[in-house]
Each structure stands twice: as structure tokens, then as C-alpha cells.
Design a protein around this ligand. Sequence first.
Ligand code: FAD
Length: 386
Amino acid sequence: MLDYFDMESTLSEEERMLVDSARSFIDGEVEDIGQHWIDGTFPMDLIPKMGEMGFYAPNLEGYGLPGVSETAYGLLMRELEACDSGLRSMASVQGALVMYPIHAFGSDAQKEEWLPKLGTGEAVGCFGLTEPEHGSNPSAMETRAEADGDDYVLNGSKTWITNSPIADVAVVWAKDHTEEGTPVRGFLVETDRDGVTTNKIDEKLSLRASITGEISLQDVHVPAENVLPEVTGMKGPLSCLTQARYGIAWGAVGAAMDCFEVAREYATDREQFGKPIGGFQMQQQKLAEMATQITLAQLLAHRLADLKEAGEMRPQHVSMAKRNNVRTARDQSRIAREMLGGNGITADYSPMRHMTNMETVYTYEGTHDIHTLIIGEDLTGIPAYQ
Ligand code: FAD
């Protein structure tokens, strides 16, 4: 895989081993991801296998979690997304959006109940923030919670929720109308509770090897023990998003690296006008630009990991890395597709699958535009959202 500036030489033994084991897992265990993408299915047998491999939140500690370095975690996301964004999304949601908030904001009982089984993949989680009318501006959410004796009653609907139709538990963000100012709180909602329905969203043209759905909540009673006790306000969901966006900044690099490898191999094999197409200047220019843009994205991801490890990473750093690296993967996957000619539009080759996946990755976890505004606000001190 492309490593033009020899970043692999900076990796620790543990990090290198993790890359190797992720690659051999994907080679040995992931059967025909292209077919899953065509069928719109997630390879369900991989959920416990990914758990066994320690792919869910390995950067956290305790409850059986190994606490690997942030670079190791990033490399894992990179390797998963080199296969398909659906695999990385599975690990991102389970780890960064479900296990992380329980780990950071949960009670001891919540941690003991959920972290071990989410870590092994025995249970699947999902993260319910987006609503039909509130995507980029989740602070305007309408989902409400009201105290009723020792319970809370939840009403509302969430949409575009990765894994909701296969989840055992949903982290649902809702406004607590019992309290003055209706602060946002996180609720652990088991999906078999009365009043919870999780319809699947079909006919996606992107991220097809990932299950996406809605969460409808109608007078759903949850005990007060299911509230995440250690956080109130938008800090809760936003801090989870920072973790997940970190993984995306790395993951997108993997998708772009895979596109590059496919394009380079194709360009050296495919002959037209009596020589490999990689021998023509225009194709070399495409490869040179692709390699350069991917290398820049790799360097940004590695630096982001160092900042995170040192406790110096700010959400705005993550916005810049997510924004840049996803744009790179989106642009370069299209160039790779183009270099494959007609073959490039088939599922036999990965670039067009990555290219369409990138439309989701460009949009979720803060759209490209929203990250532009976050960086703009950081640079000027002036918010331009409204
Ligand atoms: P909108 O917010 O309506 O935006 C539409 C367009 O307007 C975008 O181009 C946007 O950039 C632009 N725009 C909006 N506001 C501004 C502004 N102030 N200035 C300039 N431009 C603006 N959500 C979850 O909670 N959990 C999940 O697991 C999850 N998984 C997802 C999986 C998939 C496959 C997809 C597609 C989405 C998922 N999402 C999830 C939702 C995702 O985070 C939202 O789609 C995203 O935040 C954008 O919201 P929206 O789709 O409502 O678009």
C-alpha cells in the first residue's frame, strides 16, 4: 500500500502488528464485500469476529479493552475502510458512538452491563442524534424526555441511524423537558422496549454494505438508571462525534489508498496503443497527483494522532482532517475509477464502490460545509452558521 514518505517506519511494534492482523483478517474473513454492497447487506458473521479481533473501541481501557495507541486505532480504521466504508462504519459506531459515551459518561452499572458485550460484538449498538427535520443542526432536536415516577418517557423520531435495525441498544439523545432549559441528555434505550420501532432505509446508492434505519419512539418508558449520568447538553453527542470523526479522518485515507493501488496496478497491466496505459503522461499525472494528495492526507492523520495522544487535539483539528481527507478520498476515487475505463464502473473493482461510499462519508458526521464553517469560526471568531 502507498507509503511514499515511509510513515510505517515511525510505527511501534504493536501498531505494525495491528496493521498486519487487520489486513490478514480482511483477506481471510471478508468474503466478497462487493457482493454485499450490491445486495445492500452487511456481512453479519463479521460482527462477533470483529469483536474477537478487538476492533471495537480498542483505544479505550478497562472492561476488557486493551487501550491501544491513538495511531493504532487510526490505522485500524484505515485498514477497515480500505476494504469498505461499511466495515469502518460498523466499528466506528460501535466503538466511538456507543462504547465511548458509555465509557466516558455512563454509570458503573451501565459500563459493566454494556461494555463487555459491545466489545465482543455479542451486542450491537447505534447512535440516535439526527432527526428527519434536524441534521446539520442537531441542537434543534425535537425528541423529548419527560420524567414519570422513576422512569423517563421518550417520544420522537431519529433517522439515518447506522445499524438501528440490527441494534440491541440505542444511545438516544433527547431534550429533558422535566428540567428548566430542556437540556440534552443521553438515554440507553434497549430496542426491544415497547414503543420502539427501527425501520430499515432501503435503496441507498451509497454505503450499501451498511444497514441504516430510523428509530421511532412512542411513549417509550426507560428507567432513570438508563440516563447517562455524567453529561448534559450538546457536549455529550458532540464529544462522541469528535471521536468518530477522528476515525473517519483515518478511514478515508484507507479508501483512497485502496483506489490508488487498484489504479496503479491497472495502469501497468492494461495496454492500449501497444503499451501499458501507465506509460502515457496523462495517466502518470493522475497517479502522481493521487499519490501526492493521499500522502498529504496520511501526514495529516498521523499528526492528528500525535495531538490526540498528547491530549492536545481540538475538535477543530478533527474537522480539518475529516474535511480534507474525505474530500481527497472522494476526488481521488473518481480519478481511479476514470483510469479503469469501462471496467471501472463494475463492482469487480473497488474504486466506484469507494466513490459512492464517499458521498455518505462526505455528508455524515458533519457535512463538508459544516466543517468548513467550524474551521471558519475558529479562524475568525465569527460563527457563520446562521
Ligand atoms: P441537512 O442538514 O439538511 O443539510 C443539507 C445541505 O445543506 C448539506 O449540503 C449541508 O452541508 C448544507 N447546510 C446545512 N446547514 C448549512 C449551513 N449553516 N451553512 C451552509 N450549508 C449548510 N446520524 C446519526 O445520528 N447517527 C448515525 O448513525 C448516522 N448514520 C448515517 C448513515 C448514513 C448512510 C447517512 C447518509 C447519514 C447518517 N447520519 C447519522 C446522519 C448524518 O449525520 C446527516 O445526514 C448529516 O448530519 C446531514 O444532515 P442532513 O442529511 O439532515 O442534511
